[in-house]
Design a protein. Structure first.
Length: 354
């Protein structure tokens, strides 16, 4: 027997027991019985319909974990980047004072020397030849008289031997040497070249398209891996009157500020010259900007109430990992997605993570 039939059967027994009562009471009992039976049917039907609706509803997709940062207002520096190397503004060349033999050279390339330090010793070729002749006479002497004469000649040649020490005219670094110990050198020949301390500058090769922005007095920072991890400060001294037709660049002299006597000649690096300032720029992290290399279009994904919203942007100045957004106008504090946005569809649910 079904649930509905059992309920009706119970109410029939109740009605029979109440048969001797009034007609009104009988009618009340019948109405109550019918309402209970029909109500149970409606409740069961409603429960079945709700379960069916819940089974048919699609599952809610999970939010994509992303990393976010906020839009900021910051001051950005406009820079010109140029490669280059350190050069010596003043070079001292130590020359042989006469035709001679280089007897001693106690320094080599790269050595740092002080003013007055011994660089080389040379001996006059003529006086050396006189001594060599006297010694040969002594070796060839056959008699005691010949030996005595030869010994006197050797003594005179030794006294007259012209030995000339050569000293550093200023403190600096040995850039090069042109002879080795024992070599004969001619009168005026350069033996050692020294770059004076404090006279080293950075020769930056600035492209001609950027040259119009460069002015004397502008600050710069020079990154030279061989000189350490911290960039070296410098100031634009001026544009040198030379240009390269091969790479369309011009030489710009940058003086270290303060002077760096410890920086040697020949170090390669990259200079960043500050040619302007962009105050109160709308800035986002560079990682948030995705650029299509084919179309050249740049976009950022905003977090709009937990959903991704893509915006096409026009970028401006970039300094380090910060990029200026020229348009559209973004408000400080807006959230931009910096990681996890690649392939993210418009309107996708996102959740910021650590």
């Amino acid at each position: 027997m079904t649930g509905r039939g059992a309920a009706q059967h119970r109410w029939i027994r109740v009605v029979r027991r109440a048969h001797r009562g009034s007609t009104a009471a009988l009618l009340v009992l019948l109405a109550t019985a019918l309402g209970a039976c029909s109500g149970g049917d409606r409740s069961a039907a409603a429960d079945g319909a709700g379960a069916a609706d819940r089974a048919a509803a699609p599952p809610v997709p999970a939010a994509t974990p992303v990393r976010e940062d906020s839009v900021r207002r910051e001051t950005l520096r406009i820079t010109v980047t140029a490669p280059g190397r350190t050069e010596a503004l003043h070079q001292d060349r130590v020359r042989a004072p006469f035709e001679s033999r280089l007897m001693s050279l106690p320094v080599t390339d790269g050595d740092r020397v002080t003013k007055g330090q011994l660089l080389a010793v040379v001996v006059s070729k003529n006086s050396e030849a006189a001594l060599a002749g006297a010694e040969q006479m002594l070796a060839a002497a056959q008699t005691a008289a010949d030996s005595a004469d030869a010994e006197r000649a050797v003594a005179i040649a030794q006294r007259n031997l012209v030995r000339q020490p050569l000293h550093a005219p200023a403190a600096g670094v040995v850039m090069s040497h042109a002879a080795e110990e024992g070599d004969y050198v001619s009168d005026g020949e350069v033996l050692v070249t020294i770059a004076e301390s404090g006279a080293v500058f950075f020769d930056a090769q600035v492209t001609q398209t950027d040259l119009a922005q460069v002015r004397p007095g502008q600050r710069a920072a020079i990154a030279m891996p061989a000189a350490g991890a911290v960039p070296v400060g410098a100031v634009v001294h001026g544009i040198l009157p030379t240009a390269s037709s091969q790479n369309l660049s011009a030489q710009v002299r940058l003086d270290f500020s303060p002077a760096r006597p410890d920086v040697p000649v020949g170090l390669f690096g990259t200079a960043r010259i500050v040619v302007g300032v962009r105050p109160s720029a709308t800035v986002v992290p560079a990682a948030s900007v995705l650029r299509d290399d084919v179309s050249g279009v740049s976009r950022v994904a905003l977090d709009s109430a937990g959903r991704a919203h893509w915006v096409t942007v026009q970028t401006g100045v970039r300094e380090g990992d910060r990029v200026e957004i020229v348009s559209p106008r973004l408000s400080p504090g807006q959230l931009v997605i910096t990681d996890g946005q690649v392939g993210l569809p418009e309107g996708a649910r996102v959740q910021a993570g650590s």
